[in-house]
Design a protein around this ligand. Structure first.
Ligand code: SAM
Length: 226
């Protein structure tokens, strides 16, 4: 899988994509993540990528030209499954969407800034618009980082224990069961006896029952999505 991220703040992403799971996935050769500085694609001699909005509205808008040039340069090299724009008015990012995107070969993630991007780019070049939640961030970098992380950890071979991703929250519309580690008794705070029993079937049953109970109590909406 290959992910190309387009941004005006590449330094915000460089550390993130080369650390932890994303860094390991790349070193293992399972994933390539490339960060592109949008300013490298502008024809403006001052390297500006934004301008005033038509209509006299407040704020600045990212221009068509550098975004079009960057996306066109990438598309000239390979075919992309999706050209994704991170935006608060997009479809809500979710585990099912991460699962679906983890099966793709090539993705572009475009990070907006200022008031956003010239709408014509959204009409003509973007194939999917994604929000990471109902709040407004300053730029799309945190959204792109969150999406890349959630997607890449699902690529086969990236996690050392693949079963682990399958038992995470939101797979099967359930929240995860509680987890514990040694010691079994810390200051009198005891781990549930069943987890120490070594009885695999009973442990599985406990895990499912805990997941159901926590989902019913904390996120009943997930059970309706069944
Ligand atoms: N004027 C835009 C609006 O009201 O929808 C918000 C622009 S925001 C200040 C700048 C950029 O941050 C957006 O273009 C987008 O790329 C990114 N962004 C902000 N909030 C986001 C969210 N919840 N999910 C995804 N991207 C977001």
């Amino acid at each position: 899988m290959r992910i190309d991220i387009i941004t005006v703040l590449p330094e915000m992403l460089e550390g993130f994509i080369n650390t932890s799971i994303l860094g390991r996935a790349q070193r293992k050769g399972l994933v390539e993540i490339h960060v592109h500085n949008l300013r490298d694609y502008t024809t403006d001699k001052h390297r500006r990528v934004d301008d005033y909005p038509f209509g006299g509205f407040a704020g600045m808008v990212m221009q068509c030209q550098p975004i079009d040039a960057c996306i066109s340069a990438l598309k000239a090299e390979r075919e992309y499954d999706e050209v994704i724009f991170t935006t608060p008015d997009g479809e809500r990012f979710s585990q099912p969407m991460a699962n679906e995107l983890s099966l793709k070969e090539n993705l572009i993630l475009l990070c907006g800034h200022y008031k956003g991007i010239d709408f014509r780019i959204r009409e003509h070049l973007i194939t999917k618009e994604v929000s990471i939640g109902d709040y407004v961030l300053t730029g799309g970098e945190i959204a792109a980082a969150a999406m890349a992380d959630a997607i890449v950890r699902l690529v086969p071979g990236v996690l050392s224990d693949e079963q682990s991703a399958l038992s995470d929250s939101f797979q099967d519309n359930l929240l995860a069961a509680p987890v514990y580690t040694r010691p079994a008794d810390y200051k009198g705070w005891r781990v549930p006896d069943v987890l120490l029993s070594g009885h695999e079937a009973r442990i599985k049953e406990w895990e499912l029952q805990q997941s159901m109970e926590r989902t019913r109590r904390l996120r009943p909406d997930l059970l309706q999505q069944g």
